[in-house]
Design a protein around this ligand. Structure first.
Ligand code: SF4
Length: 204
């Protein structure tokens, strides 16, 4: 068993190494580096987001920017140790356009880029054995479950993805974009409730 975990850990590291030189779509050209998944291969819970943001692109790790900080505190509040979760993105390079000054503005990856990156996501899941996947936002959920998934209406529901189960919820960056503090608090509470549902599903 330990051997198998060691082998899987090594295989994920090797996959991440190979992904560093991926040129399957054009996003590598303007990004700093490939941002692969991070976390234990034994994780019961895997979180899948859209793509790395500005800070993740610089640091080379997923969910280390403002949305990642919100995610980690929400996980804590839901009783989930962020260090025991495997976190990754549907797309492994940061897509952006220039903003004012030195700002780099997030751009949503298109269908072609999501498809081009899918082998990396599938490669990760070939080595992970989660009890549950949480899809964070439309891009991640649609990358796994297809374009008919709508986060607004499907949020809180679980769907089969092959032999795996995916719980649909919002991306934490959408909470940061709430129109005012009251709605931000409300959206954060709803997000924590979704993560608590994830805990209940895993415990079944
Ligand atoms: S976004 Fe994905 S498919 Fe495109 S170059 Fe980066 S790793 Fe490769």
């Amino acid at each position: 068993m330990a051997d198998s975990v060691t082998k899987r850990r090594k295989a994920v590291e090797e996959l991440a190494d190979i992904a560093k030189s991926c040129t399957n779509c054009d996003l590598y050209k303007d990004a700093t580096q490939t941002v692969f998944g991070i976390g234990p291969v034994t994780a019961e819970l895997v979180l899948v987001g859209e793509q790395p943001g500005d800070e993740e692109d610089k640091q080379g790790e997923p969910f280390v920017g403002p949305a990642g900080k919100l995610l980690r505190s929400a996980l804590d509040e839901a009783g989930i140790d962020p260090d025991e979760v495997y976190m990754t993105n549907a797309v492994k390079h940061f897509k952006w356009k220039p903003g004012a000054g030195w700002r780099r503005l997030h751009q949503k990856p298109n269908r072609y880029e999501i498809e081009a990156c899918r082998p990396w996501l599938e490669g990760e899941f070939a080595l992970l054995r989660p009890r549950l996947i949480v899809g964070l936002g439309a891009t991640a959920c649609q990358a796994m479950l297809g374009s008919s998934i709508r986060v607004l209406t499907d949020r809180g529901k679980t769907f089969d993805w092959g032999e795996r189960q995916v719980l649909v919820t919002v991306h934490p960056s959408s909470i940061l974009r709430s129109r005012d503090e009251a709605s931000r608090q409300e959206n954060r509470r709803a997000f924590v409730a979704d993560l608590r549902d994830a805990v209940r599903i895993i415990a079944r």
